[in-house]
Design a protein. Structure first.
Length: 133
């Protein structure tokens, strides 16, 4: 089964969004983000799916990272994880939602308050937990 193209906008808790509070996701989730930066041969070889578990590619990941230079995107296409019919839509994806400029920048923001998330992060964590339950 192929991953679906990204949603029209990154979800409200996307770790790439500038307006998502620090400390919402686990340290492991934030550390995944920067592994998609850098030279193609040094990148994480997988695709990054939306945290909503809806089978879509993460809209933030697609918007922030150049899919033409993405090892995960290239391998996803070659292994059938991404449908060739969706490739152009994914490559051309844009959003007006303010996002960090890189996975490293998003990760640095995310871990900054990991030990003591603020009130807005706690509310978002609780809402995500309710949704998963």
């Amino acid at each position: 089964m192929s991953a679906l193209p990204p949603a029209p906008r990154p979800c409200g808790s996307c770790p790439y969004r500038r307006d998502v509070p620090s400390g919402v996701w686990s340290e492991d989730e934030y550390h995944k983000l920067w592994r998609f930066d850098g030279e193609t041969s040094e990148q994480e070889p997988g695709v990054f799916l939306c945290h909503r578990q809806d089978g879509r590619l993460c809209a933030g990941w697609v918007a922030v990272h150049d899919m033409d230079e993405s090892l995960g995107f290239r391998l996803g296409l070659s292994l059938g994880l991404i449908a060739p019919a969706d490739a152009d839509e994914i490559r051309d994806y844009t959003t007006d939602v303010p996002l960090f400029d890189s996975g490293l920048e998003a990760a640095a923001h995310g871990v900054r308050e990991l030990e003591r998330p603020g009130p807005s992060a706690v509310r978002m964590i609780r809402a995500l937990a309710r949704r998963q339950a």
